[in-house]
Structure formats: structure tokens, C-alpha cells
Design a binder for this molecule. Structure first.
Ligand SMILES: [Zn+2]
Length: 239
């Protein structure tokens, strides 16, 4: 039986001497395909196994029930990814998250929108922040930066607290932070994949928010970020 579908190479795993097992992200599921011989230098199907490339895959179903790659066409390779270590690590973290996610439709939205922003050369740190905010929203961990988390007041906001989950007003907190920091927090925590290309400034607070969001997602949503320490070291270096 032959089948044909389009999708993104999300992960490759070595198998035997010359084979790869591909995890392919399609609109509604993640498909596992055995790609025989694709580790050989002269393999004609090698271009269908590059991580994050978008391809049309032709597969056959074996007697044992698994899918084997029989052909296909490379449709798009996100060449701009290689320009930035932040982008490489961001896609590594994102694909790891999607592989552990039950809802492929949300994963497909995250992945395709992120790749589009990368191709449009949006700021890598803002794409990363947008992804983290999207994941936080999906996991029910959004910080409230519209009102005081304790009393609901929209007036006299004086403090932002990661531990409290957002803004506090002057009646509910003894801490006071400057207005510029508070307005930056509001902007940064509202960045998502549909608005992040409209923001052009990255402030010093961006790194702090990225790090604290990763910590919050690990501690409170149990998400494990692979390549986390390398990503954190990289965002401190790259502007
Ligand atoms: Zn309050």
C-alpha cells in the first residue's frame, strides 16, 4: 500500500548502520516512518530527513504494519535557522515539547507559526518569548498583567511578582517597582506568536522573563526543557 502526505521532520533517531527513524509532524498527527539507507552519503532520499524541513513523503506499509519511506520531495528547508544558535535551540526545545504533547493541532500551530516568523527574520528572542507565553497559556500558567491578582483592581499597580502570578496594587503589596519595569513586564508577557513581529525592541528585562517563564513551566507544569542550560547561556550572549 502506498500513501502520500506532507509534513515537517520533527526528529530523527539513528537506527542500525544506515537507517533513520523519522518523526513527522502533520496537521493532525505525528507519523513515525522508517527511512532505510538515508544515512548513506549517496542516499537519494537524504534531503527528506533534514530536521525541520517540510516535505511531501511517499511511504509504503510493511507487513509488520510500520511505514517505510519510499520517496518524496523536499518542499522547503528553513535555511535561516542556521544563522542563530538561539533559533536552533528554540526549535530543539519546541520539537521536544510537541513530541510530548497530546494535542497535535496546537503543536502544528506553534511549529508552523514559529517557522514563518523565523523566515521573516523576526527577533529570535521575541519568537522564543512568544512560544513560552503560548505554552504557558496552553498549560494554564499565564501571568495576570491586566489587574491586581489579589483584588482585581486595575488602578495603582505597583508591583509584579512571579510568585503571586502577576500584578499587585498598592493596597495589596508593600513592594514598589518603577513604572517602566511594570510596563515592560506587561508588554513582554503579552507577546504571542501573532503579535511578536510587531514589537521591535528587546529590553534587558526580556532575558529575565524568558528565564523565569522556563522555570515556571518546569516547576509548575512539569515540562522538561532539553538543551535548557545551553539556551540560557546563549540568550545571555546573543542580542
Ligand atoms: Zn490589589
Amino acid at each position: 500500500m502506498n500513501d502520500c502526505f506532507r509534513g515537517y521532520v520533527l526528529r530523527t533517531v539513528d537506527y542500525k548502520d544506515n537507517d533513520l527513524i523519522l518523526s513527522i509532524l502533520t496537521e493532525d498527527e505525528i507519523v513515525t516512518v522508517l527511512a532505510r539507507g538515508t544515512k548513506k552519503i549517496n542516499s537519494k532520499r537524504k534531503s527528506l530527513t533534514h530536521p525541520y524541513s517540510y516535505c511531501e513523503f511517499e511511504v509504503t506499509k510493511s507487513k509488520g504494519g510500520h511505514l517505510a519511506l519510499s520517496g518524496g520531495v523536499l518542499l522547503n528547508y528553513p535555511s535561516k535557522v542556521e544563522k542563530s544558535l538561539t533559533l536552533i535551540l528554540l526549535l530543539s526545545i519546541l520539537s521536544h515539547y510537541i513530541l510530548n504533547l497530546n494535542e497535535t493541532i496546537f503543536g502544528y500551530y506553534l511549529f508552523t507559526t514559529s517557522l514563518k516568523l523565523i523566515e521573516e527574520e523576526a527577533n529570535p528572542k521575541l519568537i522564543l518569548l512568544a512560544i513560552l507565553n503560548e505554552i504557558a497559556g496552553h498549560e494554564g500558567l499565564m501571568f495576570n498583567v491586566d489587574e491586581c491578582v489579589k483584588c482585581g483592581s486595575k488602578k495603582s499597580i505597583v508591583h509584579f511578582s512571579y510568585d503571586e502570578g502577576g500584578f499587585c496594587c498598592k493596597n495589596c503589596s508593600n513592594h514598589h517597582q518603577n513604572k517602566e519595569y511594570l510596563s515592560q513586564m506587561r508588554i513582554l508577557l503579552k507577546i504571542n506568536l501573532s503579535n511578536c513581529d510587531k514589537i521591535d525592541t528587546v529590553t534587558g528585562t526580556t532575558n529575565e522573563v524568558i528565564i523565569r517563564l522556563i522555570e515556571a513551566l518546569e516547576d509548575r507544569a512539569g515540562i522538561k526543557f532539553n538543551a535548557k542550560s545551553m539556551l540560557l547561556a546563549t540568550i545571555n550572549k546573543e542580542d
